[in-house]
Design a binder for this molecule. Structure first.
Ligand code: FE2
Length: 299
């Protein structure tokens, strides 16, 4: 079963339950709790200063002015405190995301180094995913693809083949065509990858990111006509992020050299994608992909 996230909910315009969000705030809560003592001291200092000023104003101007002054002074003193914590939380959040992306990238690089035939595949497919998502985002139908959502999918894309870590070298780096048995072993990488990511979900903050990574890893070899693997789901049952990944993955494999083939020219690769429109690939996404990649000179 695909893991649900905001993308599938928006795409299908259905009120499906979202993943638990509470965990996403735990880092924020941690930051606040670590600053509790400091906050208490600041509040005590504020109360003392307010009281002293109020006492002075009460003696000089009377009760009403003293009350008003106390309220205004307290509010003015709270503003810098809120700004300080807002900035601190934002900074910590950025650090967590940066660390997470760095770790993911390192894992993906290790896998790519094991797979001798796919140098640069991870970087190129992430760029192709971004290109396609940017193209989709121009259409009202895909307006939910904000910069933040695009960045999330792009940064999850490098994990699409993470399951290859469990494929034996003799199969992964075989310099020739795989036998039927070897191909069955190789096909297992999508389930292995999803399993690895699923276990990680229990330990990370950003559930949406990992649900996207899980869907990409498990379903990037599904076909629009239902003849793909590992589950054989079809059409829009396949999560959007996996349909996007499928196009980027296949296109890059076509234009790149492999031990068993020379790189195809861009025109030939586009022709093959067009042939798979509506059978292997989402027809609408295929059109957008071809339109985008045709206008790019670097891809
Ligand atoms: Fe794959």
């Amino acid at each position: 079963m695909p893991l649900e996230n905001d993308l599938s909910i928006t795409e299908n315009s259905m009120s499906k339950p979202t993943l638990e969000k509470k965990e996403q705030n735990s880092a924020v809560l941690g930051i606040y709790s670590s600053g509790v003592l400091l906050s208490c001291l600041k509040i005590v200092a504020m109360v003392v200063v307010s009281a002293l000023l109020s006492y002075f104003i009460f003696n000089s101007f009377g009760t009403v002015h003293a009350v008003l002054a106390t309220v205004i002074i307290s509010l003015l003193m709270l503003i810098p405190m809120f700004i300080y914590y807002e900035r601190k939380v934002t900074k910590q959040g950025q650090k967590i995301v940066s660390l997470q992306n760095h770790m993911i990238r390192t894992i993906a690089d290790v896998i790519e180094e094991r797979d001798a035939s796919t140098g640069g595949h991870i970087t190129r497919t992430a760029d192709l995913v971004e290109m396609l998502l940017q193209g989709m985002a121009k259409l009202p139908k895909y307006s939910f693809l904000t910069e933040a959502n695009i960045e999330k999918i792009k940064s999850a894309a490098p994990l699409h083949d993470v399951g290859k870590i469990k494929i034996p070298d003799a199969v992964l780096n075989k310099p020739g065509k795989l036998t039927v048995v070897e191909y069955e072993i190789m096909k297992k990488h999508s389930e292995y990858g999803a399993d690895l990511i699923m276990r990680s979900i229990k330990n990370v903050e950003d559930k949406k990111y990992f649900s996207i990574a899980y869907n990409i890893a498990l379903f990037h070899h599904e076909r629009y006509d239902g003849k793909g693997y590992p589950t054989g789901i079809s059409g829009e049952q396949i999560p959007l992020e996996a349909r996007v990944m499928a196009l980027a993955d296949v296109y890059d494999a076509l234009v790149s050299p492999r031990v068993y083939k020379e790189p195809f020219p861009k025109s030939k690769a586009i022709e093959i994608l067009r042939e798979g429109r509506g059978t292997q690939f989402d027809p609408e996404l295929t059109d957008i992909f071809i339109n985008c990649v045709t206008n790019r000179v670097d891809m």
